[in-house]
Design a protein around this ligand. Structure first.
Ligand code: GAP
Length: 513
């Protein structure tokens, strides 16, 4: 049994070795927290995006999709609050000159306390076996109680200090807890300062007339500023949604954990505009709908949990994360936020334009309330990829590495393999490839023994391998091997399309949502 660190390392190395994800500009030693999606990664990412788009936009009559620009008028970010408040508290270690997020240093400390408690719990679980009652143990064991209480205290104190913008107290807490720099080991810290996460850039050629712009830190604002355009041209009636997918940029201070926290990433967001007073009903609706979308992929119910926010952003009246069990533990995958009328009102104030809706049913105009669903495409990629990657022991004692991706998302749906490189088999295989490529992403491989070719397809998650052999020439049949069961069946070439379609069609998968 591998530990979590090893599993995560394996995920990263597999993603590179099999052409899913490369470090950006690797030949120049890379750019930190920026990644390129390679030949199979780009396909997998596109498939996740399409699966989301189909479920959110095309399956809902009252949701439309847009594609707003990354550059937006700079006042957008003043109105949204990002210029003034999209900050992280940072602290430098004077000896190592390394920069950290002060809240992350404290959260890491709290996590260590949590791990100490978990260690005690695991030890007891082993000792007591089936009769172990976790809840009872956690509430009665003195050391576990102490660790967990200390963890809660630390997190509460930090939240209070951050809420009150009391950065001196954040530093005091780091000093009191004796947190040392992981690089230098020293406790020689600077004061804590706020650091804005937006990337600035300039529009225009001459230095005096150039306009300061930001790369968007979220896609949502492109939807808010287009609210009236879309509502009027689409004759949308409340409740309705506007969705989009696209790049977002954040100058993360602590960017780590591979594609979990990147500086350039992609979001898939939907803003649902509702009548004021009905937002909580819709918030509950979208929480359920979004979880069902995740569950439809079959990664396992136990991999997800909701984390309802107790502390809400100033514009929200309810918020929850869907957390996923990544190789480094449960972390935020998607956010569902009831954002009130904060954004539309702020844009009305800053633009001087009305962003209202006339509701014929109640015969009045109002600024709609908004329920948002916001998921990181890269995080979704990591969730799917890390869960799918499995080392499997086979009956004959050998091992295989298999990427058990939901077949609807698999980069390649079928690989066509002539058993040998002669006797006319490659020609038949290419004919099959040509007939399938209009409907599916398929590939062709004739190099190496058939077993090795199967393993190569297993490692990139291809659900089907189609083998052309001498019998094919006689009766027009091939063998089709399924990635997960490794079972092989003889089928007619003319049935291949429908067999593959049945297993990979988005429609079939989305029926479970
Ligand atoms: N419009 C709301 C919004 O942007 P958020 O919680 O800041 O909310 C939404 O981001 C989602 O975007 C997160 O749940 C996460 O999946 C993804 N995300 C945020 N920052 C990210 C980063 N630096 N790298 C990768 N994904 C990120």
């Amino acid at each position: 049994m591998k530990n979590k660190d090893d599993i995560f390392k394996k995920v990263i190395s597999h993603a590179k070795e099999y052409g899913f994800i490369f470090q950006s500009s690797e030949i120049y030693d890379g750019l930190s927290a920026v990644y390129d999606y390679a030949q199979y990664g780009a396909e997998l990412k596109n498939n996740i995006r399409s699966y989301w788009w189909k479920a959110m936009v095309q399956m809902n009559e009252n949701i439309v999709g847009i594609d707003a620009a990354i550059f937006m008028h700079p006042t957008t970010w003043k109105a949204s609050g990002h210029v003034d408040a999209f900050n992280d508290p940072l602290i430098d270690n004077k000896d190592s000159k390394k920069r950290y997020r002060a809240d992350v240093l404290i959260e890491d400390y709290a996590e260590k306390l949590n791990q100490k408690a978990e260690k005690e719990i695991a030890k007891a679980a082993k000792r007591f076996g089936d009769s172990f009652d976790r809840e009872q143990f956690v509430s009665t064991h003195p050391r576990v109680i102490k660790y967990l209480a200390e963890k809660e205290d630390v997190l509460k104190r930090m939240a209070l200090a951050l809420d009150n913008e009391n950065l001196a107290d954040v530093k005091a807490l780091i000093e009191e807890l004796g947190i040392a720099c992981p690089v230098s080991g020293s406790k020689n810290w600077t004061d804590v300062k706020q650091f804005n996460l937006m990337f600035g850039t300039k529009l225009g050629a001459s230095a005096d007339s150039a306009m300061d712009l930001y790369l968007r830190p979220e896609t949502a604002q492109g939807i808010f500023v287009n609210f009236s355009n879309v509502q009027k041209t689409g004759r949308m009636k409340i409740p309705f949604g506007i969705a989009q997918t696209g790049k977002a940029f954040r100058n993360e201070i602590v960017a780590r954990q591979f594609i979990f926290r990147m500086r350039e990433f992609e979001q898939m967001e939907m803003q649902f505009f509702v009548r004021p007073g009905e937002e909580i009903k819709w918030y509950d609706h979208w929480k359920e709908k979004r979880l069902n979308w995740h569950l439809s992929l079959g990664l396992g119910k136990e991999k997800y949990r909701f984390h309802d926010h107790e502390k809400l952003a100033h514009y929200a009246n309810a918020a929850a994360d869907i957390e996923f069990d990544f190789p480094f533990g449960f972390k935020e995958l998607e956010g569902i936020h009831s954002r009130t009328d904060f954004d539309l009102k702020a844009h009305e104030e800053h633009s001087g334009k009305k962003l209202q809706y006339f509701d014929h049913e109640v015969n009045k105009s109002y600024v709609p309330y908004v329920v948002e669903t916001s998921i990181g495409l890269d995080r979704m990629f990591l969730a799917v990829f890390s869960t799918a990657l499995q080392d499997e022991k086979l009956e004959d004692g050998s091992e295989r590495v298999v990427l058990k991706l939901p077949s609807v998302l698999a980069p390649v749906k079928a690989s066509v393999l002539p058993l040998v490189k002669k006797d006319g088999l490659p020609e038949i295989a290419r004919e099959i490839l040509d007939s399938l490529k209009y409907d599916f992403n398929v590939n062709y491989d004739e190099k190496d023994a058939i077993g090795r070719r199967y393993r190569r397809q297993d490692a990139i998650g291809t659900p089907f391998c189609i083998t052309v052999d001498h019998e094919t020439k006689e009766d027009g049949t091939v063998t089709i091997r399924h990635r997960d069961s490794m079972e092989q069946k003889r089928v007619k070439i003319s049935d291949l399309r429908s067999i593959i379609h049945e297993e990979v069609s988005v429609g079939n998968w989305l029926k479970n949502v």
